[in-house]
Design a protein around this ligand. Structure first.
Ligand SMILES: Nc1ncnc2c1ncn2[C@@H]1O[C@H](COP(=O)(O)OP(=O)(O)OP(=O)(O)O)[C@@H](O)[C@H]1O
Length: 724
């Protein structure tokens, strides 16, 4: 029987995918199935006790097996128990957008309400909530941004931080913020919000005999009452002790039992080529196992697309009766509506193979998945604070991640997980993922903390402190970008504007500067194109053709102008075709233009998914830029202005050619090579700026443009004068 127990350690043919449509008869049967399924979840039998635990404790930590019902059920239990009766909201944070959206849809369906009414979601650039929303799913990053405007998080009665084991930098910082808010709200009888947003002087205080005093980092003010906030921290694989200790010995409970078993299989020997092993396993499952869809975990878009191509090629060597297999990719830079394809059922008789990054690792339930293939790797951020360099590296997953991955099977019935490494390797894995805050550039999060009014970053009560070196390096970077003043305060207007943009600070600065250099139109395209993965696509067997196609767009100055050329060529094509279609009074406009774009992309070896995503990002950032009142204009043929603006923005990423042909990054002193995918590969450019450092067997820099060395001293004298 399932029970709630105190934690012992506590004291201490994608196109053919069918839409999800149901007839009314279907709907009734589906509701009944859903009701039964909900009643059978392990969490259902401890509903009453869980609600009592939340009532009795301001902070509660809940650990329960994957699929036990935490994410979908707890918010409903709390709603029914009256936690929203005063109009306040239950907020549930997720580390990933796709989880926030899909879980909100599911919970709305379970509550039999329209999405956006009682149940909604809010993620960056996409808000489905309304004034009637009481159960709100969102990303942790979004709640942090909300705190900029509502520092007490006064609209919320309960905040549930889900999948806390992922330890994203946003989750960690959010917990730090919540600690202050909890403290303030529990003692805030007579407290008030001081939301002087112009000065960024947000604050919470409590009144006592001696007047007012500040709580945590939040500053003094006078007069408004708040009910206490409840905080619930949840995960399937969580070391509850860290969280409990951080919240002063908070109570932790364990929901026992899981709904369906998952059989885990290992390989006998380590696999030299895990992509090859993945492919073999997919076909083995397809040919030997009973019906059921397959979820495969890969490290990024490039791997996903190469496995996708290989599956499509190899399926034709099977007998016709075994060819019924469809592949569906899902990764973070895919537009949302394309991500949702993974959640649609495959055509009858087909087996769906979802090729995913770790965005499908936690929280999500993908209907139909019975098999999980886990090669055991993940692409993770890594940061060298001494050199100030962030890079992406492929590393083995942690045990917690492996458990989450296997938990994606066995959600609708028994499942199987194929780990493509021997069992003894599993034992050697780290228990949990190293917190992101300890392996990333902190400038973005520090900028947000500064905007929240946290001045003393080193003294901030982090769940686990990032290294002092990393904090100092990031503060220095923000100072060099002009976001901080000499006394380390947020600068006005630059720092404040940068904090408003949901982008890496260096990109935000590039956009702000571009309005002065008269090339904001070009920089907007650049930032949008740099925000997506792999615009160009080079199949191994057609590499010469791909190179020739790329030449039409190539700018001798480098990759940034080349990307702009691609974006504008696609835009021109669509505009022309739109005019023709309007002239012909065509119907199905959107489908036809999509088809035209896909064809053009294929002919030019351009990744149409990435290009479409870049268009989305472009229009979203443009919205922000216009709201900020920046002037969007183009430098036209005067490309020099654009180059100078790149130098002024990315001066921290400048590199000089060395006699032996490699480059020396000026800020870090590292020796780097231009990546072969760059149009400047093998060029003789003396001085360049770059956007990304990728570490494989060599240190490669990607997205590179030549600049004049003298621009650095002219446009970033505060840095280059310091260096010489
Ligand atoms: N979109 C969905 N479609 C079908 N079933 C779903 C869906 N979402 C949830 N479920 C069902 O509800 C169960 C509980 O899901 P829920 O996300 O609440 O579990 P959880 O304990 O939060 O798991 P995890 O820790 O893996 O996020 C799933 O195992 C599945 O059976």
């Amino acid at each position: 029987m399932n029970s709630l127990s105190e934690m012992p350690s506590m004291a201490d043919p994608r196109q053919a995918l069918k839409p999800n449509q149901h007839s009314s008869e279907d709907t009734i049967a589906r509701r009944e199935r859903m009701r039964k399924q909900r009643d059978s979840l392990p969490i259902a039998s401890v509903r009453g006790r869980l609600v009592e635990e939340v009532k009795a404790h301001d902070v509660l930590i809940i650990v329960g097996e994957t699929g036990s019902g935490k994410t979908t059920q707890l918010p409903q239990f709390l709603f029914d128990a009256g936690f929203c009766h005063d109009g306040r909201v239950i907020g549930i944070t997720q580390p990933r957008r796709v989880a926030a959206v899909t879980v909100a849809k599911r919970v709305a369906e379970e509550c039999n309400v329209q999405l956006g009414q009682r149940v909604g979601y809010s993620i960056r650039f996409d808000d489905s909530t309304s004034s009637s929303t009481r159960i709100k799913f969102m990303t942790d990053g979004l709640l942090l941004r909300e705190a900029l405007l509502d520092p007490y998080l006064s609209r919320y009665s309960v905040i549930i931080v889900d999948e806390a084991h992922e330890r994203t930098v946003h989750t960690d910082v959010l917990l730090g913020l919540l600690k202050s808010v909890l403290n303030a709200r529990s003692k805030s009888v007579g407290g008030c919000v001081n939301a002087d947003s112009k000065k960024g002087n947000f604050g919470i205080v409590r009144k006592n005999e001696s007047g007012t005093q500040s709580v945590g980092f939040l500053k003094q003010c006078q007069g408004m009452k708040f009910p206490p906030l409840k905080l619930v921290i949840m995960s399937a694989s969580l070391d509850a002790r860290i969280f409990s200790k951080y919240f002063g010995g908070a109570r932790a409970v364990h929901i026992e039992g899981r709904q369906h078993p998952v059989d885990t299989l290992y390989t006998l020997h380590p696999q030299r080529d895990y992509l090859e092993a993945t492919l073999v396993t997919i076909f083995q499952i397809h040919l030997e196992e009973t019906p059921g869809d397959i979820l495969v975990f890969l490290t990024g878009q490039e791997e996903i697309e190469s496995v996708e191509r290989a599956v499509k090629e190899q399926v034709y060597s099977l007998p016709e009766s075994s060819q019924m297999i469809v592949t569906v990719p899902i990764f973070s830079s895919l537009p949302s509506e394309q991500q949702m394809q993974a959640f649609k059922p495959a055509p009858a008789g087909y087996r769906k193979v979802i090729l995913a990054t770790n965005i499908a690792e936690t929280s999500v339930t993908i209907p139909g998945i019975k098999y999980v293939v886990d090669p055991g790797f993940v692409k993770a951020r890594s940061y060298d604070p001494l050199k100030g360099m962030e890079s992406l590296v492929i590393i083995p997953t942690s045990k917690a991640q492996a458990l989450q991955r296997s938990g994606r099977a066995g959600r609708e019935g028994p499942g199987k997980c194929f780990r493509l490494y021997p069992e003894r390797e599993f034992e050697k894995l780290e228990d949990s993922t190293k917190p992101e805050i300890k392996r990333c550039n902190l400038s973005n999060i520090i900028l947000q903390l500064k905007a929240l009014g946290v001045d003393d970053i080193i003294g901030f009560d982090f769940l686990e402190k990032p290294s002092r070196a990393a904090i100092i390096k990031s503060l220095e970077q923000l100072f060099l970008l002009g976001a901080l003043t000499d006394d380390c305060k947020l600068s006005d207007p630059i720092g404040r504007q940068m904090a408003q943009l949901p982008l890496d600070p260096i990109y935000s600065k590039a956009l702000i500067l571009a309005s002065q250099f008269n090339c904001l139109e070009e920089m907007l395209i650049t930032v949008a194109m740099l925000s997506v993965e792999s615009i160009f696509y080079t199949p191994r067997e057609k590499s010469e053709e791909a190179k020739t196609a790329m030449k039409c767009f190539t700018s001798p100055d480098g990759d940034h102008l080349t990307l702009i050329n691609v974006y504008r060529a696609a835009d021109e094509l669509l505009e022309k075709r739109n005019r023709e279609l309007i002239g012909k009074n065509e119907t199905n406009f959107q489908r036809k233009t999509d088809k035209i774009l896909r064809k053009w992309c294929k002919e030019n070896f351009i990744n149409s998914r990435s290009l479409r995503h870049a268009h989305d990002v472009h229009s979203q950032i443009r919205g922000h830029i216009e709201q900020m009142g920046l002037h969007v204009s183009s430098c036209g043929e005067d490309k020099l202005q654009f180059g100078r603006c790149l130098a002024a923005s990315f001066f921290l990423n400048a590199a000089l050619k060395q006699p032996e042909g490699a480059y020396r990054a000026l800020a870090s002193g590292q020796i780097v090579q231009i990546h072969p995918s760059s149009v400047l590969f093998k060029s003789k450019a003396e001085c360049i700026i770059f956007n990304e450092l990728v570490q494989t067997n060599q240190k490669y820099i990607r997205n590179v443009t030549r600049i004049d060395y003298l621009w650095l001293t002219e446009l970033a004298p505060h840095y280059y004068a310091m260096q010489s």
